[in-house]
Design a binder for this molecule. Structure first.
Ligand code: AMP
Length: 397
């Protein structure tokens, strides 16, 4: 069975064609500048040179058509006929309170995704465009939506409710949903399997540390808490997001600088976080590490603040679960930055956590980085959201 995985943004569209017989990626690529001048498709086939096509893509439908043409192209293609694609899995950011699970697309499912436009105005409309484009270009092929918020739906009210008047929950379903759910779900399950954790010892903290970052606590695959909230702005400080902040700060700045709430949220989402603390040096953690090594104090502050917040959340989640059986690091920073992992875990030496420097240097695969006598087992588990989406698609399609 071959599954096409689509991650549609407002002006971009990422795809992967996965052969589910052996869960291998047959081809993948990216459409950029959809609806803008200078659209291009970059098509990648393992072992071959990238194929870049500059072609107008006024709509998501034209983008999907270009992807399908690339997949069956005589020279650069990987399948003989589009009919070889058995199903399409779509990343959808927000499923609201109605979608605790992935769903097969029908009119009702599309209505639910539309209902959540308010909750994810930048993402859900684009995700739906991707779905409708596939329906138009591949009639009869089943589409499945996999939601970033599904994993967080496992939380209990004590974790997901905001302590604000009930009417806002009743009227608007204002609650904590959490994001990166596909990654947290994948990595927590992968950790259980890789570590062969017995059923009564599956209290796991997953640290998804990338450009966007979040932490989750789960027991036996069920989410106990996760750091992002109604939107991805809550929780850790990130590349450009502030994470947790006293809302009175917003009022203060808005009143003094006479700016609107939309401008304020744009600042908190796009101009804050590590970028802001580093004095606008960079939101990229490699740049920050390089600058810190050269003595840049602001880059050091950004990195220290990030580690501090991650440490705080891990500690809180261990307490919330009454202990922890495994801690897993994933995503760009979590998978690649061994110093970051060692420093964060260093704060838990009092719990008896010990990291093996040699194992901590291994990259690119599942690895247990704690010592044999560590009180808690610590892992690096590369995330694979596309594969997780493809597996869900097979399950439902
Ligand atoms: P992601 O959003 O998961 O793609 O992660 C992107 C982030 O990972 C960026 O801030 C990168 O700088 C960071 N990253 C990737 N590789 C490394 C590395 N070797 N060391 C430190 N940070 C890295």
């Amino acid at each position: 069975m071959k599954v096409l995985v689509i991650n549609a943004g407002s002006s971009s569209l990422k795809y992967q064609l996965i052969d589910m017989e052996n869960e291998s990626v047959i081809a993948k690529g990216l459409c950029e500048r959809i609806g803008i001048e200078g659209s291009q498709l970059t098509h990648k086939v393992p072992g071959k040179e990238d194929w870049v096509q500059v072609n107008p893509m006024p709509t998501h439908e034209t983008a999907i058509n270009m992807v399908l043409s690339a997949l069956v192209d005589k020279e650069h293609g990987v399948i003989a006929d589009i009919k070889e694609i058995d199903a399409v899995g779509h990343r959808v950011v927000h499923g609201g309170s109605k979608c605790a699970e992935s769903i097969k697309i029908d009119e009702e499912a599309k209505a639910i995704i539309k209902e959540c436009f308010d909750l994810a105005p930048l993402h859900n409309p684009a995700n739906l465009m991707g779905i409708e484009a596939c329906e138009a270009c591949m009639p009869g092929v089943p589409n499945v939506a996999v939601f970033d918020t599904s994993f967080g739906m496992g939380m209990e009210p004590a974790a997901y409710r905001y302590a604000i008047p009930e009417e806002y929950y009743d009227k608007y379903q204002i609650r904590r949903y959490g994001f990166h759910g596909t990654s947290h779900n994948f990595v927590s399950h992968e950790t259980m399997a890789f570590a062969e954790l017995p059923e009564d010892k599956r209290r796991i903290v997953v640290c998804h540390l990338g450009n966007g970052s979040s932490i989750s606590a789960s027991i036996n695959g069920k989410c106990v808490d996760t750091s992002m909230g109604l939107t991805p702005l809550e929780g850790l400080l990130m590349g450009t997001r502030s994470g947790d902040i006293d809302p009175a700060v917003l009022q203060f700045i808005m009143n003094h600088d006479n700016i609107s709430i939309d401008e304020m949220l744009n600042i908190l989402n796009k101009k804050s976080g590590a970028l802001a603390l580093s004095g606008n040096l960079s939101s990229d953690f490699r740049d920050l590490s390089d600058a810190e090594a050269k003595g840049d104090e602001k880059a050091k502050l950004a990195l220290d603040a990030f580690k501090h917040r991650v440490t705080k959340y891990i500690g809180a989640y261990i307490a919330a679960m009454g202990g922890v059986d495994a801690i897993a690091f994933t995503a760009g920073i979590g998978e690649n930055d061994k110093d970051m992992r060692a420093e964060i875990m260093g704060h838990f030496a009092y719990l008896g956590i010990k990291i093996d420097p040699e194992k901590n240097s291994i990259r690119g695969k599942n690895v247990e980085i704690s010592t044999e006598d560590s009180a808690v087992r610590v892992f690096v588990i590369p995330t694979n959201e596309e594969l997780a989406i493809a597996r869900e698609t097979v399950r439902l399609a």
